[in-house]
Design a protein. Structure first.
Lengths: 331, 316
């Protein structure tokens, strides 16, 4: 890696990673709302337009269905677009191009067409209520044909983004808003800033013996804090960071839960009909997990409320995660 | 090199297109094709009029009624029929079927979602403008798609970015059963005016009229001046899909349209008036039928894909 400025947060890490990729491959273009002149509403594409010009880094009108569909066409035509859907909550405005075109065209073409694009999107709760705070990993993962990377730290963001850009599959790259803005010093896990091309597999960020806590994105940071608290009580959590929702590393999950005997899924997405249930199902199907205990600690099935005490009541926290573990250890 | 179109050549191509669509319809009726089928019988003059204007390196992005656009894009007819017949040697190995055809070697694809062809065409146009200036993307749509959000968005974005797109609206007057008059306020070919996009309106049952209307549209896009919109009106002879009992159109209307607005019948009459011998046109008709029958026989002998292919190929 060449000389780089000090990276203070995940948004800077993403901008740097994209710049390096664009330098190396002129087929990469960046499009989306506010990605160019402003450098992204969270700064994750800062500096790119100045460096690579308006031809390769383009601000779009508020026309998600059309500019994301255009990214599909660009990718099929041989470019490697990085397109941004500003907030994953806006998925409804472009779902056809994402679910029916981006995800399916490779399969429907009998493998003859590839869609090598990265769809970046900001997720997670920072106080913006029901239409600007969702994670929607379950919704996205349910649709066949999309890979989904969900880094839990700036270092992992780098490695997963390098892999996402290199992949010839469409990869949804989820950027948690808390991670975009938090400084590296504030984080429990910062990941390896030198990481290059992380594989799309899970990662044990903290080995343990008493319970497997499966988490993704910001929840990994909170699970880590909860694990620290619980360690002082003599409970050792194994924190498993999914890193990617699709592919889902059920092998790693099953291996860990077979060892600890307890599974706690922590998920900022809605509880029902989604990722947490899928993980429990995979464990239930595993021969080596016949007598494990399982629990889920998720966002309940409600729109995310605005008022702080209401929001605190539904979003998992380090304290609530620790409490969920204790309910499993001391029933 | 300036493109030209002779009516006799358009007739030959339309005869082949008619034979092709009728053979596919017959295959569908025999149960050899098991999904919903949308044929372009009656609309042949539009594709035939545009065909001479396409360059080999242009992109063609079509709809749920795609066969004629696939043919003018240069997709191999046997491999195309193979895909329609759901065989392993079809262009998509039996995975896509009639509404999801892909031939990357000709930059051709289609989609079963109304309006979805337009943004994707913009993407191809973007790539073409960067790497092959002078080539275009043909974005095919029906009059129903003119009311979809993607139409307005695509006109706007194509105009803003000066994309080399020709929007081709095949206006057969119906979105399944809903008439254009019920669904579209104002004139579709004028909808680009708000974005500075010229609109060309023509009789889509006359291939020469289509050619003459579309020529400046293609020239504008190729020269880097940006997108253009062509609206060619025709009549959909069959129902929306094969098997559609089409009770929402009166038999009188349909019979009148079929007798008065058949591009082949009208071209034939003009050619006879111009001195072409009737047996010459008969020869073109029978050649078309023979070629298509030969293709279909080849395709009927093709193997089916194996069951394990169903769960493979989601990712690269």
């Amino acid at each position: 890696m060449t000389q780089t400025p000090a990276i203070r947060n995940m948004s800077q890490m993403i901008a740097l990673t994209i710049a390096e990729a664009m330098e190396a491959d002129e087929r990469i273009v960046v499009i989306g709302e506010d990605v160019g002149r402003m450098g992204g509403v969270f700064g994750a594409t800062r500096g790119l337009q100045r460096r690579f010009g308006e031809s390769r880094v383009r601000d779009t009108p508020i026309s998600e269905q059309t500019f994301i569909g255009a990214a599909v066409g660009m990718a099929q035509a041989g470019l490697r677009p990085i397109v941004e859907l500003m907030f994953i909550d806006f998925l409804g405005t472009c779902l056809d191009q994402v679910a029916n075109q981006m995800a399916k065209n490779h399969y429907m073409s009998g493998g003859r067409v590839r869609v090598p694009l990265v769809l970046r999107s900001a997720v997670g709760c920072i106080g913006d209520a029901a239409q600007h705070s969702q994670v929607l990993t379950g919704t996205l993962a349910h649709l066949p044909g999309l890979k989904i990377a969900f880094p839990s730290s700036p270092g992992d963001a780098r490695g997963l983004l390098v892999s996402a850009i290199a992949s010839d599959d469409p990869v949804v790259f989820l950027e948690h808003k808390q991670l975009l803005m938090a400084t590296i010093e504030e984080l429990r896990y910062s990941g390896d800033p030198q990481s290059d091309r992380l594989p799309f597999r899970a990662n044990i960020v903290r080995p343990g013996t008493d319970v497997t806590v499966v988490a993704s994105g910001w929840m990994v940071q909170l699970a880590g804090r909860a694990a620290d608290m619980l360690a002082t009580e003599g409970v050792e959590c194994e924190v498993l960071d999914l890193r990617t929702i699709v592919p889902l590393d059920d092998e790693a999950i099953v291996a860990s839960v077979s060892k600890t005997g307890r599974l706690l899924v922590v998920d900022e997405d809605y509880r029902s009909f989604g990722l947490s249930g899928e993980i429990v199902a995979r464990v239930a199907e595993a021969a080596t997990c016949r007598s494990v205990s399982v629990a889920r600690h998720c966002m309940p099935d409600v729109p995310i409320p605005a008022s702080k005490p209401l929001e605190d009541a539904v979003i998992p926290s380090a304290d609530s995660i620790a409490a969920a573990v204790r309910r499993m250890i001391y029933p | 090199m300036t493109a030209t179109l002779r009516l006799i050549d358009a007739y030959a191509q339309m005869a082949l297109m008619r034979a092709f669509e009728e053979a596919v319809g017959a295959g569908s009726a025999r149960g050899e094709i098991h999904g919903e089928m949308h044929l372009a019988i009656g609309q042949e003059a539009i594709a035939a009029g545009v065909a001479p204007l396409l360059d080999r390196d242009d992109a063609v992005i079509s709809t749920h009624r795609p066969h004629l656009h696939a043919l003018i894009a240069g997709v191999d007819a046997v491999a195309l029929l193979g895909e329609l017949w759901e065989r392993a040697d079809g262009i998509c190995r039996g995975k896509g079927g009639h509404m999801h055809l892909f031939e990357p070697g000709r930059r051709f694809m289609c989609t079963g979602i109304v309006g979805a062809s337009l943004p994707i065409a913009l993407g191809y146009a973007f790539e073409r403008s960067l790497r092959a200036p002078g080539t275009v993307a043909l974005a095919v749509m029906g009059d129903g798609a003119a009311n979809h959000g993607t139409f307005a968005e695509s006109l706007n974005l194509a105009a803003l970015w000066d994309l080399p797109v020709v929007f081709l609206c095949e206006g057969n007057g119906y979105a399944i059963s809903v008439t254009r008059e019920t669904a579209a306020a104002g004139d579709i070919h004028r909808r680009g005016e708000a974005y500075g996009i010229p609109g060309y309106h023509c009789d889509g049952t006359d291939p020469i009229a289509v050619f003459e209307a579309a020529s400046p549209a293609f020239e504008r896009a190729r020269s880097g001046l940006g997108p253009a919109l062509v609206v060619a009106t025709a009549y959909r002879f069959r129902g929306h899909y094969e098997g559609d009992i089409d009770h929402y159109r009166s038999p009188a209307e349909r019979d009148r349209a079929i007798s008065q607005r058949d591009p082949l019948v009208n071209a034939r009459r003009r050619l006879l008036e111009a001195g072409i011998a009737d047996h010459e046109l008969e020869r073109l008709d029978s050649e078309a039928a023979q070629r298509v029958n030969g293709w279909v026989a080849q395709v009927q002998a093709m193997p089916w894909p194996s069951a394990e292919q169903a769960t493979l190929g989601v990712f690269t």
